[in-house]
Design a protein around this ligand. Sequence first.
Ligand code: EPZ
Length: 432
Amino acid sequence: MDKYIIRGNNKLYGDVVVSGAKNSAVAIIPAALLVEGKCVIENVPDINDTKLLLGILKNLGAEILFLDTTTVSVDCTHVNVFCVSDYESVRKMRASYYLVGALLGRFGKAKVGMPGGCDFGVRPIDQHIKGFERLGAKVDIEHGIINAAAEDHLVGSNVYFDGISVGATINVMLAAVRAEGQTIIENPAKEPHVVDVANFLNAMGADIRGAGTDIIKIRGVKTLYGGNYAIIPDQIEAGTYMVAAAATGGKVTVKNVIPKHMDCISVKLREAGITVDEHDDCLTVYRDCCISRLNLKTLPYPGFPTDMQPQFTTMLCLAQGTSVVTEGVFDHRFKYVDELRRMGALADVDGRICVVNGIKKFTGAAVKACDLRAGVALMIAGLCADGVTEITDVEFIERGYENIVYKFKGLGANITKISEEPDKQISEIKAV
Ligand code: EPZ
């Protein structure tokens, strides 16, 4: 397993450029299965999850061509199989469930292994299945495989989600875009990446209106043609570097952002006494004094994002006073607090609530990344800590953050990546 060695007490300074949104890319790549033509997708983040999905599409017969490191041409015209046999790749990530909606939307049937993904407790897919069934598909799960099939073809219908779900919202959009008639989705998720996927599909010839609002209307079309599309900047990657700047006490300009998408994060940073200067497509973050305590609850967009909760909670460990963080989306998303305690954090977790008592400093320790956002939170703690922090299982982090070691080094961090095989060891590179 690879690991990061971080020498702390480094304030971050400089500029960092945000990559394309992971949670858009992991839906847009499977969505290309719906298109009988060439999709040129720009701003694709170079991360493990996108590589996995492109590999799965290639195995299904798609023509994949990288035009540059972040622009890929995907042509699924000649894909004619609805069964994804690569069970191991599928179970490595949550987003593989989008293969079901896309194959069902293209062929009227799909056979895909159950998804994997970060462990925040039970992560059912009942709302996905409910949506597919409303469109006329029969869905069952046997031997870890999701089997979905329409009797003849999918027919548009009304879908009301019992709870807000990003994945289910996108998956039903994928299944509905080529169904017969109109589909109305009520109580959908409104995250920026949900809107991004709808915009991609419309760029390929779909007819989706209302993404990002309380009602999404989809008029089924016969087929989708090729086209060009650029993925939006990653709201969570941007927020991560903003919080890292605030926690370390430096001054960082985060470039290539859509400020509107960052409002939910900027508001809470300002409440914590952090300055966030907003410009057209970048934000500058710094603080002139200590971090103020606050209460935080994660909610579906436009609420504070759950994917920013570990990073923000880590920053609150260094605030003056006691903060209360409530996880409003997942059942168990505080596992990483055990690791922060190894670094001196004074935080107590009770189910979905974490009470954080501010400390002066983290101390470096050997810790483990247990998922993507928890792993990057430990990096932030390591950057602030006295001494050296070793983070193992960094594959979790590299699933979703493009060039994270390089980007942090560019801001003055002292990070070394150590690989298991001695010959792959990368010599320590002091921050530039
Ligand atoms: C997506 O996961 C993201 N993953 C997650 O990001 C993100 O945390 C989450 O949305 C919330 O924003 C991808 O986009 C690949 P949900 P998803 O369906 O779709 C419950 C990251 O770090 N639920 O919105 O799985 C569910 O258990 C990752 O980038 C059902 O009960 O999240 C949860 O409590 C981590 N039944 C809540 O809804 C369902 O059928 C929200 O889940 C579906 C979900």
